[in-house]
Design a protein around this ligand. Structure first.
Ligand code: CUA
Length: 288
C-alpha cells in the first residue's frame, strides 16, 4: 500500500510541480487563457476507471494480509491467558497454572502469550499500544490475539471502547517478566493466602459482609466471581483498574466509599464502622 500510494504521490506531486514551474505567469504573457476542457468523455472515463482499478488492487492486497493475520497461529509454546472484560476492570485467568488475577497481566519475555478475549457484560476493547492493536472484547464471542513483548518491563494499556461511566478508568498493565521471575510470580500466585492470627478480626469482618458475594479469597468462604480475586491482592501495584495505588490508605478510602474514588463503580459501600474498616484493611494488606 505504501508503494502504491508513494507512486501516486510522486506522479501527482511531480505533475503539479512541473505545471507550476513551466506554466507560471510570465511578464511577456499575452493574457489569453489556455484552452478550457469541459465534458471530455475520455478524461472523465480515465479519472473514474483508473482510481477504481487502484482501489481494487489495494482491496486485494489488504484482504490478503487480513486473511494471513486471521489464519496465523501463535507459536506452539505460547502461554494461554483468558482475558475477561468487566465494567470496569480486567480479569486474567491462566488455564494451565490456575492463576487468577486482575488488571495486571504478568507474561514471560521471549515467549508469546495467546489471549482469548471475552466480556462479562458490554463491549470493551483490549489495547496495549506498545504490544498490540485494539481488539474488541464482545459479549458472547471469543476474540483471539497474541502478544510477544521483547523487553522486560511495564506496558500500560487502556480499555479502548466506550463501556460506561468508568470507561476512562479501565486501565490495565502488562508486566513482562524474565522467565525465572515469571515462574516465581506464578508460584507465589498459587501459594495459599496467608492467614495471620493478628488480622483474624479483619478476616472475620470480611467473611461476614457481602464482600464474599463478589470477591474470592482462596481458603476463605469468599468465592465470588463478580469482582476481582483478592487472594494475592497485595501482589498488584494498583486497585480499581488503575484508579488508585494499592496501599493501606487507598484501600481504606476505596472500601469506605468506592463511589468517591471511582464514581459509578459497581462495588457498593459496605457501611463499615471505623474499627471494622481498619480491621478489614489490615487483613487485606496481608494478602501478599
Ligand atoms: Cu471497558 Cu471501556
Amino acid at each position: 500500500m505504501l508503494g502504491i500510494c508513494a507512486a501516486i504521490f510522486v506522479l501527482v506531486g511531480g505533475i503539479l510541480v512541473i505545471s507550476i514551474v513551466r506554466f507560471r505567469e510570465r511578464p511577456d504573457d499575452d493574457g489569453v487563457e489556455p484552452p478550457q476542457v469541459y465534458g471530455s468523455n475520455p478524461i472523465e472515463l480515465a479519472w473514474t476507471v483508473i482510481p477504481l482499478l487502484i482501489v481494487f488492487v489495494l482491496f486485494l492486497v489488504t484482504t490478503r494480509t487480513l486473511i494471513a493475520i486471521e489464519n496465523a497461529t501463535p507459536p506452539g509454546d505460547a502461554l494461554e491467558v483468558r482475558v475477561i472484560g468487566h465494567q470496569w476492570w480486567w480479569e486474567f485467568r491462566y488455564p494451565a497454572s490456575g492463576v487468577v488475577t486482575a488488571n495486571e497481566l504478568h507474561v514471560p519475555v521471549g515467549r508469546a502469550t495467546f489471549l482469548t478475549l471475552e466480556s462479562a457484560d458490554v463491549v470493551h476493547s483490549f489495547w496495549i499500544p506498545q504490544l498490540n492493536g485494539k481488539t474488541d472484547v464482545i459479549p458472547n464471542r471469543v476474540n483471539r490475539m497474541w502478544i510477544e513483548p521483547r523487553e522486560a518491563g511495564l506496558y500500560s494499556g487502556q480499555c479502548a471502547e466506550y463501556c460506561g461511566t468508568q470507561h476512562a478508568r479501565m486501565l490495565l498493565r502488562v508486566i513482562a517478566d524474565p522467565p525465572a521471575e515469571f515462574d516465581a510470580w506464578t508460584k507465589a500466585q498459587l501459594a495459599a493466602a496467608v492467614s495471620e492470627a493478628s488480622v483474624q478480626a479483619g478476616r472475620d469482618v470480611f467473611q461476614s459482609t457481602a464482600c464474599i458475594n463478589c470477591h474470592r479469597i482462596d481458603g476463605t468462604v469468599a468465592d465470588g466471581v463478580f469482582g476481582p480475586d483478592l487472594t494475592h491482592l497485595m501482589s498488584r501495584d494498583t486497585i480499581a483498574a488503575g484508579a488508585a495505588p494499592n496501599n493501606a490508605k487507598a484501600l481504606h478510602d476505596w472500601i469506605d466509599n468506592p463511589d468517591a474514588v471511582k464514581p459509578g463503580a459497581l462495588m457498593p459501600a459496605m457501611q463499615l464502622g471505623p474499627t471494622e474498616l481498619d480491621q478489614v484493611v489490615a487483613y487485606l494488606t496481608t494478602l501478599k
